[in-house]
Write a protein that binds this ligand. Structure first.
Ligand code: ZN
Length: 115
């Protein structure tokens, strides 16, 4: 195996990944950390033993979503303080029209995401 990694009594192989399909058994995956990424069309398979980190794409996505929502919230709160007209076209000030409703919506989304 590459990188001088040795796992006793387990048959392994390595090779160039192109148009090849291959199978990795659960007996190997459960020994360490296994990942497959496809950034910019480049597929990278990686395995390490022993396991030393949890990679959770769902939690990563939640953190990014939370950051974006917090950014939106700040922008809306900034517009609430100014005497900005509401983008709905009512002619009323944002804070007396859809401002609070938009903040409530974002706060509900943030609550759904959690953490
Ligand atoms: Zn409005």
């Amino acid at each position: 195996m590459p990188n001088s990694l040795r796992i006793q009594n387990v048959m392994v192989t390595s090779g160039k990944l192109s148009d090849t399909d291959f199978l990795i058994g659960m007996d190997i995956i459960t020994l360490g950390d296994f990942s497959v990424t496809n950034l910019n069309g480049k597929t990278t398979f990686s395995f390490r033993y022993p396991s030393c980190e949890t990679i959770n794409y769902v939690e990563q996505a939640k953190r990014i979503q939370r950051k974006n929502l917090e950014k939106q919230l700040k922008a809306i709160q900034k517009n609430l303080r100014k005497k900005v007209k509401c983008p709905c076209g009512s002619g009323r000030q944002f804070r007396y029209c859809h401002g609070k409703e938009q903040i409530k919506k974002i706060e509900e989304e943030l609550e759904k995401i959690g953490v």
